[in-house]
Design a protein around this ligand. Sequence first.
Ligand code: PA5
Length: 424
Amino acid sequence: MEIRFDTSYLKNIISDSEWKKVFPEVEKAHNDLTQRRGAGKEFTGWLDLPSQTKDSLLKELVVLGQQARKDSDCVLSLGIGGSYLGVRATLEFLISDQKIPVYYAGNNLSAGYLSYLLSVVKNKKVTVVVISKSGTTTETALAFRIVKAFMDKKYNKKELQKRIICITDEHKGALRKIADKNGYRTFPISDDVGGRFSVLCPAGLVSLALAGVDIRGLIEGARYSEKRFSALNLEENIAYQYAAARYLLTQKGKKIEVLSSFYQRLMYVTEWWKQLFGESEGKNGKGLFPSSLNLTADLHSMGQLMQDGERNIFETFLMVDNPGSKLLIPSDKENLDNFNCVAGKELDYVNKQAYKATAAAHFEGGIPSMTITVPDYQAHSLGQLYYFFEKAVAISGYMLKVNPFDQPGVEAYKKKMFELLGRY
Ligand code: PA5
C-alpha cells in the first residue's frame, strides 16, 4: 500500500497550462539533483540512503536494541533539530509498537525540564543515546554534560561503556573526542547527510532500534519511495507534483503553507516537516513559511483565521487511510445531544467527515489545498512519507534557486549567544 496525493482543491487555481509550463523547471531541478551537480551537491547522500543502507547495519541495531532493553527501563535520547525531530516523529507515529519509554533531552535549555526528567529516571536503569553530527551543539552538549555526570554517579566505567551510545561524525567534533576517550559505543553520521535528512541513518535509527520499533519496515518504506519517486514524470511522480504545486502557489501570493493533520500521532511528523522545509527553503529572502495545525483541535483556535483571515495561505492535509483503532460511537436512548445520527459509526468516520468539511469550507473561504494520505500506522508507510517529503523539498528548493542543503542562518544566534557566554 502506498501514500496517495490528491489535488482536487487546486482545480481552477492551477491551470493545465501552468502545470505544463512549470515542467522545465522541475526537469532542471531533477537533473541537478539526480546528477548531483546542484548547489549543496555534497549533502545529497540521503538521496540513495535507503537503498544503500546495509541489512547488516539494521540487524546490528535490532540486536543492540534487544540487548539494551534487557538491561534498561528507559532510554534517554539527547539531540536537537535533525538529531531529535525524526526520532520523536517516528516514535509518536509508531507509539503502539514502542517497547520501552524514550525520554528526550538536549532539545531545549530549560533547567526545570531536565531536572524533572532526571528525577523521573533517578531510580531506573537507563541507556543514553547522544546524537549530534557536529558534536558541538550547545543544547545537546550541555544536556550531555549534566546527564553524563548523573550517569557517572550511577554506574561504573564498564557499565557506562554499555549504557552510553554516541552518534556523531566519524572523525571530528567534541562528542567524538568524548566518546573515544571514554570508550563509549559510537555510530557515524555520514558527511553527505545533513541533520534534517538524517532520520533514516544512525542519527534516527539507533534510538528507534532501542525503542524496539520496526526500523526494517521504515527503511523498506523509504526504499519503496526512492524507487517510486525517481522518475521525471509530473503526471505520476507525486513528490514532484507536490513540489511544483507549492512553487506555483507561492507565485500566486500564497506565502504560508499549513500542514494540517487530523491525527494526533502525526503531530510530530508535522514538526519534523517544518524543520525540513523551513531550513531547506528559507534563505536568500525566499521560502514559504511552513506552519502546522493539529485538527480538529486547532479548528477551535485557528479555524477563524483559516476561514476568513488574510488569503496568503494554502493548506496541505495529512491523512491516514486506516488508523486501526475501531472506536464505535454508542447509541443513546435519550439522544439529548442529538448525535444518534452517528451511533454505530466509528469515531474515525466522523474524523474523516470533519476533514472533508474542513477542506471544502476552507476552499470556499479562499484556501487551496492538497491532501497526502498514508495507508496506516505502519513503519513502512512512514518510511514512504519521509522520503516523499525529502525528495519534494530538494526539488522545491532547487526550483526556488536556493541551496536546500545548507543552513547558514542557524549560525547567527549561536554566534551572539557564544559572545554572551564568553565562549570563543
Ligand atoms: O538540520 C540541521 O542540520 C540542524 O537542525 C541540526 O540537525 C541541529 O542543529 C543539530 O545539529 P547537530 O546534530 O550537529 O547537533
